[in-house]
Design a protein around this ligand. Structure first.
Ligand code: 2OP
Length: 300
């Protein structure tokens, strides 16, 4: 398994490091517009290898990513705390289109894993310009928001986050939809938990919506939750686990890239699963999809 990173900033480097700790690849290649940054991060990971799983950690330019099984794209300008993710559209679109095309030339059989924001638009763009089938262009999407949702629910109700089945779907952005009607704890509806009150769920949903802005305001950017979430997706691909994750993929029913619970394995992503939703949740998802489409229409 060869995993290459286009963009070795804070998030790219953290994903690469986490992937190396999890032993997800035999070969990891870091690239960055600032080549010293890629070299520095690669050397830093390499120097710890006496105590971590062994992998070849390399740095270089896009040519060195040739033959990758997975290409992780984190390149681009990140957002500030008070900026919506979508403001990055004009900043990142041209850059990402060029990088995707070049990466696929060197790795025509790869799975593209998109992390750059605005996530849904960048996934749609990568799907359009890469020529790859939809199952091989995967955005991290609301996997990250889902991680936050489960973590905050776990904290609120004092239970193990890994026992919680709950999803955030739709846009990885302002209109994300935390699904409340389907939350279960190992098959038991959340409403059956001692101490359950619907106001607490509303508070958790609000917290999830502002979660990244809060971290960005405090430390300048989100890093560890994105790295953990990205590596959950990478692990599902590498181990061919067919895990259900709300990744972002082009959805022919909606006509745009959007996050929904999807099987993820060595083939990439798909099929998308039908989650039961209330009418209110369905309407919120439709609104979220419309929002993504409006942003996609702004692509140059
Ligand atoms: C996040 O949600 C900034 O999209 C990034 O952490």
């Amino acid at each position: 398994m060869k995993i290459s990173f286009i963009g070795s900033g804070k998030v790219g480097a953290a994903v690469a490091y986490t992937a190396s700790l999890k032993g997800l690849a035999q070969e990891i290649v870091l690239t960055d517009a600032f080549s010293d940054k890629a070299r520095g991060e690669a050397l830093d990971i390499l120097q710890g290898q006496a105590f971590t799983p062994q992998a070849q950690i390399k740095y270089g330019d896009i040519k060195d990513t040739a033959g990758s099984d997975i290409i992780v794209i984190t390149a681009g300008i990140p957002r500030k705390a008070d900026e919506p993710r979508v403001l990055l559209l004009s900043r990142n679109a041209g850059l990402i289109a060029g990088l995707v095309k070049e990466a696929v030339l060197y790795s025509p059989d790869c799975i593209l894993f998109m992390i750059t924001n605005p996530l849904d638009v960048m996934t749609q763009l990568a799907y359009q310009v890469s020529g790859l089938s939809a199952n091989r262009v995967i955005g991290m999407g609301t996997v990250l928001d889902t991680a936050r949702y489960r973590s905050y629910l776990a904290e609120q109700f004092g239970i193990d986050a890994r026992d919680i089945d709950a999803y955030v779907v739709g846009e990885h952005g302002e209109t994300m939809v935390p699904l409340v009607s389907q939350i279960t704890i190992k098959g038991i509806p959340l409403t059956e938990l001692p101490g359950y009150e619907s106001a607490a769920i509303d508070r958790v949903c609000d917290e999830v919506r502002i979660a990244s802005g809060q971290v960005i305001a405090l430390k300048g950017g989100t890093v560890f939750a994105p790295a953990a979430s990205a590596c959950a997706v990478l692990e599902a691909i590498v181990k061919d686990s067919n895990q259900i994750l709300p990744v972002c993929t082009y959805n022919s029913e909606y006509g745009v890239a959007v996050s929904l619970p999807t099987l993820v394995g060595r083939h990439g992503a798909g099929p998308v699963l039908n989650v039961p939703m209330t009418d209110c949740e369905k309407a919120a998802l439709e609104k979220s999809v419309a929002n993504i489409k409006a942003y996609v229409a702004e692509l140059p």
